[in-house]
Design a binder for this molecule. Structure first.
Ligand code: RB5
Length: 155
């Protein structure tokens, strides 16, 4: 299952991705299917998507104008590793190396291969091995920040 959401800039791209996923028999939950999204703010959207990804233990897709603002906000939620990807290679590597759980896309970039980026992100597995150690260190930074402990002291 895939969780998807966008701010007001990404509604059309979001609908195209939902249609594409459904055509490929992939379950998708649109967590930002609101009546009126004209005044929404990407941090609020990022939080909704992030919590849903964690609750459902699945991958997510988050869209704003550039993909940047929503990625910054998603990455404030513990357990989220959100990556802006503008090409397939980035989507592949962020799954393999970083175990990214949210793909962030920019609706105003005019990216014509957004669907290919989505497919690559969804189909690529985390490589584990030495990359697990590095992802564990990301989690450790989160924990240190939460506990008010300096990360360098705890490596
Ligand atoms: C909204 O105008 C825009 O700032 C937002 O979609 C996003 O691009 C922020 O990073």
């Amino acid at each position: 299952m895939i969780v998807i959401g966008s701010d007001h800039t990404g509604i059309e791209l979001k609908k195209n991705i939902i249609k594409h996923l459904q055509e490929n028999n992939i379950d998708v939950i649109d967590v930002t299917n609101f009546e009126d999204q004209s005044g929404d703010d990407y941090p609020d959207i990022a939080y909704i998507i992030s919590k849903s990804v964690l609750e459902n233990n699945c991958l997510g897709i988050a869209i704003c104008g550039t993909g940047i603002g929503i990625s910054i906000a998603c990455n404030k939620v513990n357990g989220i590793r959100a990556a802006v990807c503008t090409e397939k290679y980035m989507a592949q590597m962020t799954r393999m190396d970083n175990d990214a759980n949210i793909l962030c896309l920019g609706a105003r970039l005019g990216n014509t291969d957004a669907l290919e980026i989505v497919d690559t992100f969804i189909k690529t597995d985390f490589a584990g091995g030495r990359h697990q150690r590095r992802v564990d260190k990301i989690s450790k930074i989160e924990k240190c920040e939460k506990d008010g402990v300096i990360y360098g002291d705890s490596i």
